[in-house]
Design a protein around this ligand. Structure first.
Ligand SMILES: [Zn+2]
Length: 87
């Protein structure tokens, strides 16, 4: 997590109860964070995702656009495109 005072990445000094963390940034600012569960991430159906990627590539859709359409990282789209091309 970034320090809110100087925006540098902090390191964890201590964790309590699995969710409370004492942190310190490279500039010596110390603070506490509390990790909270936001939501479950549903498991992707990779076969369906792969089929969608192949379909979009055939329509000459650009990789970044494919990533945006499917809601995946650009690196994931590139990996799926490479896999699709190889098959
Ligand atoms: Zn700081």
């Amino acid at each position: 997590m970034k320090c809110q005072r100087c925006n540098e990445l902090s390191r964890v000094l201590e964790t309590r109860d699995g969710v409370f963390r004492r942190r310190e940034c490279p500039n010596g600012h110390r603070f506490y964070t509390h990790e909270v569960w936001v939501k479950d991430i549903p498991k992707r159906n990779y076969e369906a995702l792969q089929a969608e990627v192949v379909r979009l590539v055939k329509e000459n859709v650009k990789p970044k656009r494919i990533a945006a359409i499917l809601g995946v990282a650009t690196s994931t789209a590139y990996r799926r495109i490479r896999k699709g091309v190889a098959e």
